[in-house]
Design a protein around this ligand. Sequence first.
Ligand code: JCZ
Length: 259
Amino acid sequence: MRLDIVSIFPEYFAPLDVSLIGKARERGTLDVRVHQLRDWTHDVHKTVDDTPYGGGPGMVMKPEVWGEAIDAVIGDGAPRMIVPTPSGRPFTQELAQELAGEPWLLFACGRYEGIDSRVMAEYGARLRVDEVSIGDYVLAGGEVAVLVMVEAIGRLLPGVLGNAQSAVDDSFAPGSMRNLVEGPVYTKPPVWRGHEVPAVLLSGHHGKVARWRRDEALRRTMRNRPELVAALDPETLDKHDRRLLEELSFRVGPEDMAN
Ligand code: JCZ
């Protein structure tokens, strides 16, 4: 997969030289190219921003420099273009999986109050362009959002994770703990500073371990993400699940306790 990133702060992307993503780049699985937007300015001050039409605070990134940068980066090609913004569509595990199937992604990192919207209109007529939000908080620019997305996408590429199971076994990945967050995890030693590993995990009883893990996932989802419990399909809950959720005082829906 090829990734192009355009930013006025290319130094932000130093983390892509290390760990999983760095190794994937060394192997050639990932071809990451980071570009300095200011390379496509023409004035001595390398200006990338101007005052907003209609007034208001802050500055807006000028369309001309973005146009020259993107034209140069894409050539005759047609990558999928991603523009981080707090007003974009949510970045989810599902979108990460979709993007992991693309051969070429172009990330455009805004700063200030964002990029003149005509840039997205122009390339939206030539490329698939998505404005994407990584969460409901406001960053100072798109760079950190791109790091988040590249890590989430990169670890899904064939051969990037050491253990191929790890990627399909995550909290939000289809076919694993579906719509629940993961429960707690433990390793050796069996007692640490007086805290014991739950005995069931040492029992060797796989059925009981699975049941306990599901209970813990339900408890933790109820505590931290009650909206996920509310959205569960009751058909995916067995009698034991329903009893536990009752204990946690959650009403489960039309199904009765006879199942
Ligand atoms: C440019 N401020 C780009 C994205 N989810 C999320 N939060 N904040 C952003 C973001 C903020 C920005 C810019 C200037 C993205």
